[in-house]
Design a protein around this ligand. Structure first.
Ligand code: AMP
Length: 286
């Protein structure tokens, strides 16, 4: 019996909202309003499953789903053999080794013979083994940052985003184990027709992610300012320059990094640019 192509998205947690937004922007309608853990998306003829994100890498490896979104830290922790198709630009965090501000541990080597509490025991074990450090690893599931305070551990290995949680608990990071963000995954051994869907959906998702960091800039300029203006514009390719109906004027169009736009507007205006327009981009395929 053939079953539909399945895409798994996180059912809760920090990645749930951004993953659903990305799926929708890529044309995958997801009805997360009810309690249903799966919905059918007719545009792509796929079934969307909402699952715990720490289970998602194993579901993907075992072929329960063809494609999925999960945190890279969860992929590493699970040890699942899956294909990472793209980094998705949200859910950024790092898995870090942290110790008490006032404690005796200054570097990872000092953890030899000490106790390390973590919600990522497999990753921690592999990391310490690679460094030749033998420590006692305790797996705990929540509030890892409390362990040193309760004198249940000398160090922790935990996810850090802003660092506020560490600071509030008198801890400081001393090393990074994994740099993480949400990633797009594919199962191994895909059927040919499923491989085609994976490739198509991955192209659209990548185009949405790429477009989020870019803006479409349009401006008009007198011909004698064109050269300076073109020099000022950073971009993917050379800008498009089109003649206007008014003699002596051209329009310049370019795709520019979103975080450069504000700094560009003043210099462009000073160089002679007029009628500047900055527009969002939905999809971008380089
Ligand atoms: P922060 O105080 O911003 O450094 O966040 C740290 C807390 O949030 C820890 O309890 C982490 O386990 C959790 N955390 C941070 N980033 C993530 C993430 N991307 N996914 C899941 N949990 C996270």
């Amino acid at each position: 019996m053939t079953r539909p192509f399945r895409l798994a998205l996180p059912s809760k947690g920090r990645m749930h909202g951004p993953a659903l937004d990305l799926a929708r922007d890529a044309g995958v309608e997801v009805d997360a309003s009810g309690r249903a853990l799966h919905t059918h998306c007719s545009r792509w003829d796929i079934e969307v499953l909402l699952a715990r994100s720490d289970d998602i890498p194993a579901w993907t490896q075992d072929g329960a789903v063809e494609m999925a979104i999960a945190g890279r830290n969860q992929v590493v922790e699970s040890g699942a053999e899956v294909e990472e198709l793209a980094a998705l630009g949200f859910g950024h965090c790092r898995l870090a080794v942290a110790v008490r501000d006032d404690g005796p541990v200054a570097e990872v080597a000092d953890l030899a013979g000490r106790r390390v509490a973590t919600s990522h025991p497999n990753t921690t074990r592999r990391y310490l083994a690679q460094l030749g450090v033998e420590a006692e690893i305790t797996a705990i599931h929540g509030s890892v940052e409390l362990a040193p305070r309760l004198d249940a551990a000398d160090a922790i290995v935990d996810l850090v985003s802003t660092g506020d949680t560490l600071r509030a608990n008198g801890l400081r990071p001393i090393a990074t184990v994994v740099e993480s963000e949400a990633v797009l995954l594919a199962r191994p051994h895909l059927r040919d027709d499923h491989r085609a869907t994976v490739d198509e959906l991955a192209t659209v998702i990548r185009s949405v992610v790429a477009a989020r960091h870019r803006r479409y800039l349009m401006l008009n300029a007198p011909d004698d300012a064109l050269e300076t203006i073109i020099q000022l514009i950073p971009g993917m390719d050379s800008p498009t320059v089109l003649p206007l109906a008014m003699p002596g004027m051209h329009a310049v169009h370019a795709v520019v990094p979103a975080d450069r736009v504000i700094d560009l507007l003043g210099p462009l205006r000073a160089a002679g640019a007029r009628a500047l327009l900055v527009l969002p981009i939905d999809n971008l395929i380089p």
